[in-house]
Design a protein around this ligand. Structure first.
Ligand code: ATP
Ligand code: MG
Length: 639
């Protein structure tokens, strides 16, 4: 935002002054940004009314707006033919472009259809669809009529879907006949049929057609596209209060039972829009390529709401990084002329295994910024992303945030031309974010070169307001551990220079003879043979906990287990200390247990080592159960 934005604030002349201003005058900062960047039906009278210790968060009180108007109508007035969405269908080379005008039409028809079928303001609509324009229109149609949406990743089983429909108390589901991903057809409508058998509240299921294959329809089902054609292209937007619910979304479930986090209208939208613009240095006319599925918060904030609020052009990626081959992302970058690419470390580590040729084959000269999200990105993956994908020319922004935070909270900002970026570090807080590290006694760590529990010391507009139907769990999880602070559940290190690095989840911290070590610190080893690793703590008679490592090798690597273990131990003892060296290394692991959003589930690995799979807890978000079986069978291959 630099000088032009800074000019709006008294005595603020440059970027770092603006950062400081936004932290110490968060209310004035957000009030000005909200007036400037959102289109209001009624202005707010109170900027914020928050009490973090009680979990009471309200922003822009008294204001009214409509999120779909902010994402669509206002751009249709100025540039109706600008492309809003580029749908990168699973079948590569068959992308579909949707202009702002046609996305508004689609949204309005759908809004009218939902209204005709009795969906009212405050109702919750579950969306179980692949990433596609109709899914985005469904989200925006809910926003238009004041209903909340609950997007469920379309890879979840009937049982996981049913649980989320019930928990959300949703009476309406929107789906497609079949999904297509990685060349495979999935029976999404059939999955919904099974799920709703145990969801008595579901009255209706809208079914769009992703493929040409008809599916059996029941009395409850509505043929969506056919019925949309009967609707008017004008749909009166509901005037929503800033704090009305925009959506609920379940977390990835890496650490336990997923939480249905609730986000509201104005604060969320503003935060998504501002972070999208400044973290990625998004400029008008750029093509923004976030490859996350819309079933995750990254898809919500950076495929849909952030880019559309900014009048941007956003790519909707339906496929996988290796379909039809490991060059998919970069071929897409070339074909769609993508300027900002935003993906997950798990995909980067996977592609790195296939070698550089898949990247070099394609022209990536349009790329300006590369983003990473979801897990710590190890140095080797970071370097590869930067050097090979970005030709050493594009800044890599490692963005730390959570479903709970609504948008990016800590990350480098490439628009600061002279700002340093250290590989593998999330670096700096976003405007108004005040990260705070706590020691194990709950005392604030004030110096640099320290590690602790990452908290945020003051509220920001994008933060979640509650856990659906369970405000008590919200308070206990985020507000009670450190009263007056938002507790993130992650650990971080603040360097001598004051930069932040995420060290992993606090649940996963390993305590060896009194030394607390974050998983990311040990996992980030630069061993040429290793594609990916995960470490956990196990109970150890003398040390309290010992380190147990699981290692996935790169393709076609021939190594002797003992030699590799020696190499890994040397690296860990050099980088951290001897005490951090694994006692056990399980080398011949094909893959690690991950959530469907691609995050390593260390709690599952812990239970494998403890041989207590019954006590493993919620597994509904586990991507591929065979990964666990393989590891159990390989439990003997240790060194
Ligand atoms: P659950 O809360 O159900 O266990 P989850 O935490 O995986 O699931 P998300 O909200 O999707 O659900 O993920 C947020 C978490 O992902 C963060 O708390 C952090 O642990 C991790 N994370 C996200 N981005 C980064 C990053 N850039 N560096 C390190 N960790 C990250
Ligand atoms: Mg979490």
């Amino acid at each position: 935002m630099a000088n032009q934005e800074a000019a709006g604030f008294d005595g603020v002349s440059d970027r770092s002054a603006l950062q400081e201003f936004s932290v110490s005058n968060s209310e004035s900062f957000w009030a000005a940004v909200a007036r400037q960047r959102l289109s209001w039906i009624r202005p707010f009278h109170t900027v914020q009314d928050c009490d973090l210790s009680r979990g009471e968060i309200k922003w822009f009180v008294g204001g009214q707006l409509n999120v779909s108007v902010n994402c669509l109508d206002r751009h249709v007035h100025t540039c109706p033919e600008r492309v809003a969405l580029i749908w990168e269908r699973d079948e590569s080379g068959s992308e579909v472009k949707v202009t702002y005008r046609s996305l508004l039409e689609m949204t309005c028809r759908l809004g009218n259809l939902l209204r005709r079928h009795g969906v009212k303001r405050g109702d919750c609509v579950t969306i179980y669809m692949p990433t596609c324009p109709l899914a985005v229109a469904s989200m925006l149609a809910c926003a238009r009529i004041g209903a909340a949406h609950n997007v469920v990743f379309a890879g979840f089983s009937a049982e996981a879907l049913a649980e989320r429909i019930r928990d959300a108390q949703s009476g309406t589901v929107i789906t497609v006949n079949q999904g297509v991903r990685g060349g495979k057809v999935t029976e999404l409508k059939k999955t919904v049929d099974t799920a709703v058998q145990s969801c008595p509240a579901v009255q209706q299921v809208f079914v769009a057609m992703r493929t040409e294959n008809p599916v059996a329809m029941t009395a409850r089902d509505v043929a969506m596209e056919e019925e949309m054609l009967k609707e008017d292209v004008v749909c009166e937007p509901a005037a929503m209060d800033s704090e009305d619910v925009l959506f609920l979304l379940y977390t990835s479930g890496s650490t336990g039972k997923p939480k249905g986090l609730v986000h509201t209208q104005a604060g969320y939208l503003l935060y998504a829009a501002l972070t999208h613009r400044y973290v990625f240095s998004y400029h008008d006319g750029d093509v923004f390529g976030c490859v996350a599925d819309i079933g995750w918060i990254t898809g919500h904030s950076y495929s849909v709401y952030g880019p559309l609020a900014n009048g941007g052009t956003t790519v909707l990626f339906e496929s996988t990084p290796i379909y039809p081959d490991p060059g998919r992302y970069w071929e897409m970058v070339q074909r769609l002329k993508i300027n900002q690419f935003y993906g997950a470390p798990t995909a980067i580590r996977l592609l790195l295994k296939y070698g550089d040729e898949w990247v070099h084959k394609y022209d990536r000269s349009t790329l300006k910024t590369l983003g990473s999200v979801g897990e710590p990105i190890n140095t080797e993956a970071w370097e590869w992303y930067h050097r090979v994908v970005g030709d050493g020319r594009c800044p890599v922004v490692d963005t730390w945030w959570q479903t709970e935070t609504g948008g990016i909270c800590i990350s480098p900002r490439p628009s600061d031309a002279d700002a340093e970026i250290v590989p593998g570090m999330a670096m700096r807080p976003f405007f108004s974010i005040k990260p705070t590290l706590m020691d194990t006694e709950g005392k604030v760590l004030t110096s640099n070169d320290v590690s602790g529990a990452l908290c945020i010391a003051q509220p920001w507009p994008g933060m979640a307001r509650t856990i659906h139907n369970n405000h008590q769990r919200f308070i206990e999880t985020y507000c009670r551990p450190h009263p007056g602070y938002f507790f993130t559940g992650d650990g971080a290190y603040r360097s001598k220079e004051g930069y932040y690095q995420i060290t992993g989840r606090l649940d996963d911290v390993i305590n060896v003879s009194g030394h607390r070590i974050g998983t990311a610190e040990i996992e980030d080893n630069q061993c040429a043979a290793v594609a990916e690793s995960a470490v956990i703590g196990y109970s150890h008679d003398l040390k309290g906990q010992g380190v147990y490592a699981f290692v996935v090798l790169k393709n076609d690597v021939e190594v002797q287990g003992a030699a590799l273990c020696q190499q890994l131990n040397n690296m860990v003892s050099k980088k951290i200390a001897k005490y951090a060296c694994p006692d056990f290394i399980q080398v011949f692991v094909q893959r690690l247990p991950k959530t469907r959003s691609g995050k390593i589930m260390r709690r599952v690995l812990r239970k494998v080592v403890e041989r207590d799979l019954d006590g493993v807890g919620d597994l509904s978000t586990l991507d591929d159960p065979t990964a666990v079986q393989e590891i159990i069978q390989g439990h003997g291959d240790l060194c």
